[in-house]
Design a protein around this ligand. Structure first.
Ligand code: DX5
Ligand code: ZN
Length: 219
């Protein structure tokens, strides 16, 4: 059973409430919220006020992906805004254990993300503590980019490492996930699939969620 996390980055920002409803209709499991600061990544998106406002209109879990420098400064604010999981980038956290413990102490699930150029072996020390690992399958910053093909083997290696160190951990992938790429990442071991353009860029959003699930193997 895969988890589909619909990324609002590709949604119509003038109608986020309506777009969330359509994703829900299609059976999306989580909402993925991409927070960008214009420093760690070359784009600026949303922050806690938008997340707090959306929290009133859906019971779907909020999967908050922080693409920001100094994430420690904002963890509590994102948790209070309604984040169920908070994922930070390995590349932004010099004291990663402390950050992960802080997220958990706030009552959220703690995720750790790596960019395409960051080797997965660097995650071994944090795997016992993290609830989720997120492998970027594009360089973060924008939706609608092409899936990086070499990610499939990286996901496979990460899944093998996770199985030996922390079997219960969730393995999430993000970037370029669509009907043509989803099967390969699921076969490689991914269980949480972030999808933006392939869901919200579709004419029929509920049908796009169902089609992605079917392409993932129907589970
Ligand atoms: C990219 C974000 C992604 C993005 C994925 O930096 O982290 O969550 O929304 O978009 P798609 O699915 O369109 O590649
Ligand atoms: Zn993301």
């Amino acid at each position: 059973m895969v988890t589909i996390a619909a990324s609002l980055l590709a949604a119509d920002f003038a109608d986020l409430r309506g777009q969330i409803g359509l994703a829900e209709q299609g059976g999306a499991d989580w909402l993925h919220l991409d927070v960008m600061d214009g420093h760690f990544v070359p784009n600026i998106t949303i922050g806690p006020p938008v997340i707090r406002s959306l929290r009133r209109y859906t019971s779907l879990p909020f999967d908050v992906h922080l693409m920001i420098e100094n994430p420690d400064l904002y963890l509590e604010e994102f948790r209070n805004a309604g984040a169920d999981s908070i994922t930070v980038h390995y590349e932004t956290c010099p004291h990663l254990h402390r950050t992960v413990q802080r997220i958990k102490s706030l009552g959220a699930r703690a995720g750790v993300c790596i960019n395409p150029a960051t080797p997965e072996t660097l995650l071994s020390g944090i795997l016992p503590d993290a609830d989720m690992v997120l492998i970027m399958t594009v360089n973060p910053g924008f939706g609608g980019q092409s899936f990086i093909g070499t990610s499939v083997e990286k996901i496979r290696r990460t899944a093998a490492m996770a199985r030996s160190i922390h079997p219960g951990i969730s393995l999430e992938v993000d970037g370029g996930i669509d009907e043509s790429t989803v099967r390969s990442v699921v076969e490689a071991g991914a269980g949480v699939l972030v999808a933006g353009k392939s869901i919200f860029g579709a004419r029929d959003i509920p049908a796009a969620v169902r089609a992605l699930r079917a392409a993932a193997g129907g589970a």
